[in-house]
Design a protein around this ligand. Structure first.
Ligand SMILES: NC(=O)c1ccc[n+]([C@@H]2O[C@H](COP(=O)([O-])OP(=O)(O)OC[C@H]3O[C@@H](n4cnc5c(N)ncnc54)[C@H](OP(=O)(O)O)[C@@H]3O)[C@@H](O)[C@H]2O)c1
Length: 220
């Protein structure tokens, strides 16, 4: 059983890859730079904002079946922007390339690997900041990208469900990582354990749901 986690060099992705390996799965973690020294994880290069990098990563997998693909890689560069003068176009483009387009292209590139697996599942790591019912203002780019990836996940669930690939969408909690900061609620390994439980429960019957790491329903 192989699980692939994008953006696994640190943060939630690293905790997820380590948790899959601890469960006895073949865990493939992707990195852009040097991989961390974590036992039991296979490391591969992947920049999800670069279509050629995605193609090379998929080619490296060959025909290997992938039971679980977690699209975790993400960026949040606009937390200190101001509506009057910030949010430059290049920041919109970069964020959507990673948080939205990168998710779609990664799933697309690994479809044959998912099709070859016994019980294929895709987990998309979104955010509660992408919930349009929780619009507190600010972080326009990150919020819009995460709202878009929730929508993407729901439509992928509709298209891929009939071929047996279940797609779930998750808010990982507020997690102590480079992105979440030191004041966040959860350790990455606690969030990862919850996300693993969600992915274990994910099936074509539950696909398309937007849930928190601990199983609560998130409003769209
Ligand atoms: N932490 C939270 O509280 C929180 C809350 C809600 C949602 N999330 C979501 O959870 C996911 C993981 O967040 P995190 O807190 O673990 O963030 P993080 O500590 O900042 O780690 C982000 C990861 O994404 C990778 N990444 C960034 N751009 C990439 C690209 N172009 N191609 C491939 N990998 C790339 C990074 O790789 P490098 O090391 O190479 O930069 C890193 O491994 C993100 O999607 C985030 O939006 C986090």
């Amino acid at each position: 059983m192989t699980a692939v986690v994008t953006g696994a060099g640190r943060g939630i992705g690293l905790a997820l890859a380590a948790a899959f390996a601890a469960r006895g799965m073949a865990a493939v973690g992707t990195v852009r730079g040097e991989p961390p020294a974590v036992a039991g994880v296979e490391w591969a290069r992947l920049d999800v904002a670069q279509p050629a990098s995605i193609a090379a990563f998929a080619a490296g997998l060959g025909g290997r079946p992938v039971e679980i693909l977690v699209c975790n890689a993400g960026i949040y560069p606009d937390r200190r922007e101001w509506v009057e003068r910030g949010y430059p176009a290049a920041m919109w483009a970069e964020t959507f390339a990673v948080n939205v387009t990168g998710v779609f292209l990664t799933v697309q590139a690994l479809l044959a690997n998912l099709d070859a697996a016994n019980r294929p599942r895709v987990g998309i790591i979104a955010s509660q900041l992408g919930s349009s019912t929780r619009a507190a203002g600010g972080s326009y780019i990150y919020r819009a990208s995460k709202a878009a990836v929730v929508n993407l996940g729901r439509n992928l669930a509709a298209d891929l469900g009939p071929r047996g690939i279940a797609v779930g969408i998750y808010h990982p909690g507020w997690v102590r990582t480079g992105m979440g900061g030191p004041a966040a609620d959860l350790d990455a390994d606690v969030a990862a354990a919850g996300l693993l439980a969600r992915l274990e429960a994910l099936s074509p019957a539950t696909a398309g749901r937007f849930e928190t790491w601990d199983g609560e329903t998130m409003p769209f």
